[in-house]
Design a binder for this molecule. Structure first.
Ligand code: SAH
Ligand code: SF4
Ligand code: F3S
Length: 459
């Protein structure tokens, strides 16, 4: 219901799932404090930009958006603009915001977004600018409300920060040191989500397999998964992101033994050359990586494996790149997110010699994408005529007559359902009739709403 005089706000979000979830939390907190969300940007009284710094392009998009808001604010001086997330934690952007963007009223960080109502009050009452970036001693906020975008699946942050310092990556500087949320708190949050009818949770952290290292007692990520697996009503547990270096046998055994943890492994490879992996400070070799993926394939047949790869890291030669292509063909990933290396000031790689020219980066990216797309399609084609278990997320965006969901292995499936039945949140069995690179098309076999998870159907 429209509250009289309630201030309207809009949040623009860039970046990873962590940022998307932070925006879901900010939205819920502001709504609890009497502010009202609007989809119509032109009527917003408050603009919040939740930004990403991981590559230059992401940062530039947020800064471009901010440029447009400058004109709006000239027309409406009452407009409040807040910029938070990873970009302001990057000293270069922070300096720009502080000195060159006086139309920004609030500059906040990645761990204090739950204090937005207080920051907004300060701007409105004192008419002064708020600059509140994260300090290392920032306490974890505890249980927070969230306006979940989906009614079927929900994000749950399990840890903050990253201690890995991969040499190309800005995240450890923008998100600070690793801090795990207490197990009981995560358990309670997931339990409440399941009780509200959510079928799937995605556990978020930059490096989830470090979970618990900073907590008292013998708690780790595998144990957290085993605990959450017992929550009734929940059908699926996913997590993002796990580091290949720390993916130990206990974790593989736990995933094999639990019913709800999905058979999807996202293991960012980054590069296939040992020389580049070492320069990246990744802590594993190509041989170790292959060993790990072989172990997963043996223990959990039918599991999918996806990855992230960077091309054009400083000093990457054609031979190094061919090592990456070779590894991609050896492991045969189900999908890969591929990026051109983007120098981030303040990270060691940005200072390295032999930066790769952008033409070569583009060429390598294209070649990599071609190889990977062919493999993705070949792997998907193997599913034709097979039955897969799908959690229905809602109507297909491209064709509202059809339904869309995901397999346990995280592949998107689109199918036609029965006419008058709402299948959202149901677990159904689908026979795959046509597999493409990004989507599997199929027909409905059975609906089994009460089934919490399937033990026969692992794909
Ligand atoms: N913590 C996660 C996600 C990090 S960001 C992890 O370790 O996987 C997501 C992906 O962005 C990374 O896996 C990496 O492939 C890519 N990335 C990070 N920094 C980058 C940079 N400077 N240039 C290009 N890609 C980058
Ligand atoms: Fe960045 Fe590496 Fe941390 Fe991932 S693990 S966030 S790539 S430093
Ligand atoms: Fe971007 Fe920050 Fe996520 S830099 S990828 S929003 S952790």
């Amino acid at each position: 219901m429209q509250q009289k005089d309630a201030k309207l706000f809009f949040i623009a979000t860039w970046g990873c799932q962590m940022n998307s979830h932070d925006s879901e939390i900010m939205r819920a907190i502001l709504e609890k404090n009497g502010y009202q969300w609007t989809e119509r940007q032109e009527e917003a009284d408050i603009f919040i930009l939740n930004t990403c710094s991981v590559r230059r392009h992401a940062e530039q998009r947020a800064i471009g958006f901010l440029g447009n808001l400058k004109n709006l604010k000239e027309r409406n001086p009452e407009l409040i603009i807040a910029v938070g997330g990873c970009a302001p934690q990057n000293p270069e952007v922070r300096e720009y915001l502080e000195k060159k963007a006086p139309h920004v009223d609030i500059i906040f960080g990645t761990r204090n977004y739950h204090r937005l109502p207080e920051f907004l009050n300060r701007v409105m009452v004192k008419r002064s600018r708020v600059i509140a970036l994260d300090g290392e001693d920032e306490d974890l906020p505890g249980l927070l409300p969230a306006h979940h975008t989906s009614t079927v699946k929900a994000y749950v942050t399990i840890m903050y920060g990253c201690n890995n310092f991969c040499s190309y990556c800005i995240v450890p500087y923008t998100r600070g040191r690793e801090k795990s949320r207490p197990l009981e708190e995560i358990y309670q949050e997931v339990q409440e989500l399941a009780a509200k009818g959510y079928k799937e949770v995605m556990l978020l952290g930059q490096n989830v397999n470090s979970y618990g290292k900073d907590l008292p007692g013998a708690i780790n990520f595998a144990k957290l998964l085993a605990h959450l697996d017992k929550i009734p009503g929940l059908a699926r547990i996913r997590y993002m992101t796990s580091h290949p270096r720390d993916f130990d046998d206990e974790l593989i055994e736990t995933i094999a033994a639990t019913r709800k943890v999905c058979e999807h492994f996202h293991l960012p490879l980054q590069a296939g050359s040992n020389r580049i992996l070492q320069l990246m400070n990744r802590g594993y070799t190509r041989e170790k990586y292959i060993q790990l993926t072989d172990k997963i394939k043996n223990k959990i047949p039918g599991a999918s494996i996806t990855t992230d790869i960077i091309v054009g890291f400083p000093g990457e030669t054609e031979d190094d790149f061919l090592d990456t292509l070779d590894l991609v063909q050896t492991v045969r990933f189900d999908a890969a997110y591929t990026f051109m290396y983007s120098p981030r000031r303040g990270t060691p790689a940005a200072e390295m010699e032999n930066q790769v020219p952008s033409e070569i980066k583009k060429d390598r990216l294209n070649r990599l994408v071609d190889v990977q797309n062919r493999i993705t399609l070949e792997k998907n084609k193997l599913l034709e005529d097979h039955v897969v278990e799908v959690l229905v997320e809602g109507r297909s965006k491209n064709n509202p007559e059809r339904w869309s969901g995901r397999t346990r292995t995280n592949k998107i499936v689109v199918f036609e359902g029965e006419e008058n039945e709402d299948l959202t949140g149901q677990i159904v069995e689908i026979v795959i009739s046509c597999a493409q690179t990004w989507t599997l098309f199929g027909t409905l076999k059975t609906v089994s709403a009460k089934k919490e998870s399937s033990s026969q159907s692992r794909i």
